[in-house]
Design a protein around this ligand. Sequence first.
Ligand SMILES: O=P(O)(O)OC[C@H]1O[C@](O)(COP(=O)(O)O)[C@@H](O)[C@@H]1O
Ligand SMILES: [Mg+2]
Ligand SMILES: [Mg+2]
Length: 338
Amino acid sequence: MSKRVSLTQYLVEQQREHDNIPAQLRLLIEVVARACKRIAIAVNKGALGEVLGSAGSENVQGEVQKKLDIISNEVLIEANEWGGHLAAMASEEMDEIHIIPNRYPQGEFLLLFDPLDGSSNIDVNVSIGTIFSVLKKPTNHEGVSEADFLQPGNQQVAAGYCVYGPQTTLVLTVGAGVVMFTLDRELGGWFLVEQDVQIPADTKEFAINMSNMRHWAPPVKRYIDECLAGTTGARGKDFNMRWIASMVADVHRILSRGGIFMYPWDAREPSKPGKLRLMYEANPMAFLVEQAGGAATNGQQRILDIQPTKLHERVSVILGSKNEVERVTAYHEKAGKP
Ligand SMILES: O=P(O)(O)OC[C@H]1O[C@](O)(COP(=O)(O)O)[C@@H](O)[C@@H]1O
Ligand SMILES: [Mg+2]
Ligand SMILES: [Mg+2]
């Protein structure tokens, strides 16, 4: 068997040879990876660990929280609080930002996460995940506030996710391509399995929740109608469809073999730009997808260029294989908003 490269080894080598991972960021990524390992263990125990089912509470977006949403959030907070790398954290499951308490050393980074993505799949034993994003705290003032988090995604210094599926895999970018590490449960370590991940520019596979079709805007309807028409329509080729309902798992498939993922604006709640969260879901995934040669827009503009106005902001998401994303975006441009 060829020599295995561990996550630590990979990060240290990147730091030494390419100077693209400062020591504090490397340590922060390792802490997040350790937290994901703990979440993976809890996910794996399932009913035996009494982690399934609803927690009986609601988060700031009015969604019912699952026990694992709360457990994963607590694991990430606890693991990252004392390390000295962070100034504050923000989570899909917390109304407000979590400032690192004074009793711990303060760091220069901000960590944002969707602790458990794909909550509707927890109890049915389908792949779920954790998504994270790292920003630098602005240095022009003392202390930290929510406003410090409101940076466009193009300011991210690292982003990634962990997918808890048949394998537990950590996918990471620090702005120099995308790498994947799989957890070896016996050894308890992460090992490099994929380097320089690339998304093919063309695809014949789309992912969208088709049950919302009647609520879509015309450009999305046009694109999907053309895919469904297959060889008999404008595209002249047949398409396949996949929808896992865990963004992490759908994006992981796209990073592995290409495809397009869409959770567009729809008319069910017209005042909301979309279902997915800009800061915890769209930005980190857009960073990864672009770093793998793909594209990510909200139909109007590059997701990474959106200036957030609030922490829990939602956004329409179209991402994956470049040529397909550009096609859907062009359909939006022709049609005007949304
Ligand atoms: O059930 P729907 O409407 O198809 O939504 C599925 C989408 O919702 C999400 O589960 C939202 O994430 P959370 O589970 O973190 O709330 C995405 O992962 C997924 O793409
Ligand atoms: Mg999510
Ligand atoms: Mg979630």
